[in-house]
Every structure is written in C-alpha cells, then in structure tokens.
Design a protein around this ligand. Structure first.
Ligand SMILES: [Zn+2]
Length: 159
C-alpha cells in the first residue's frame, strides 16, 4: 500500500510509513495528488463590512479623583502630630502666663500657636484649634494684665 502522506510504498503489514512515520490506513489508498480540493466559497461567505458603528475615539479627559473638601485626608501625620504637641505646649504656656511672667509666656504661647497653625497641613484641623486656643489665651492674658485694674478694680479704691 501507499502512504497517504508522502506516497511511499509500504508493505501491507506495516502500520506506519517507513518514510515519514505516519500511520498507514489499510482500507484507503490515497495518493497525495488526490487531495480533496476545497470547494469554492460562495460569494455570500465573503467578509462583509459589518455596519457596526464604533463610538468615535475621543480624547478621554481623565480627571483626578476629587477629594471632598471635608474629608479627613492624612497630610503628613508626623508633622501634624508635632504641631499638635506644639499647640498644646502653647496652650499650657498660655495658661501658665496667667500665673507667672504674663507678657513673656503669653507672647510665647501666641508664637507657639501661630507656628502650629502655620505648619499644620489643615487650617481647620485640631492643630489649628489648639493653636488658636493658645493664641487666645495669650492675648487674653495680656489684655487682662493690661486692663486688670480696669476690669477688676482693687478693693483699695472702693474706699
Ligand atoms: Zn509516508
């Protein structure tokens, strides 16, 4: 018989072609020249331009994700912690200014509070609140100290 692949004549006892090694089919004697010819494709099978309308390619304006204004956004937490501590120190100094060295400690409290507010990332955060409290305490200390005798007249004048 002949090999269906390469046409080499093989003994009928062979199960595989001695030339190309393909398995031999005993019931068919296929010559390579008798390959089935592909039927001509009908014209309808030709690729037809699909009327699919793709959306026109527009330049996508990709906007950055909008963060809500009130959203708590971590802005440099170490710095804010330091500034929060600075503001707390300012408050403590401001309170101390009511008892000792009113002008020096009051000014120091205001400076600490102002620095804390200036260095904090958020102007509406706890740092600014603490800093504002320090400034207010310092201002109040100075104001009260200046006008102490106006606000609280000494009892000696009541005579
Ligand atoms: Zn063969």
């Amino acid at each position: 018989m002949f090999c269906g692949e390469c046409g080499t004549q093989n003994p009928d006892t062979n199960q595989f072609c001695r030339n190309c090694g393909k398995p031999l089919k005993k019931n068919r004697q296929v010559s390579p020249a008798l390959q089935p010819v592909a039927a001509p494709q009908p014209p309808a099978a030709a690729p037809v331009a699909q009327p699919v309308s793709y959306p026109p390619l527009q330049p996508v304006t990709r906007q950055p994700p909008v963060v809500p204004a009130g959203n708590a956004m971590p802005v440099k937490p170490p710095l804010n912690r330091g500034m929060l501590a600075l503001g707390i120190v300012g408050v403590v100094v401001g309170i101390a200014s009511w008892f000792r060295y009113p002008y020096i400690l009051a000014v120091l409290a205001m400076v600490l509070g102002a620095v804390a507010i200036a260095k904090s990332g958020k102007k509406t955060g706890a740092v600014s609140i603490i800093g504002g409290i320090a400034i207010l305490i310092g201002i109040a200390c100075i104001v009260v100290d200046i006008f102490y005798f106006t606000i609280f007249p000494p009892p000696a004048l009541d005579f």
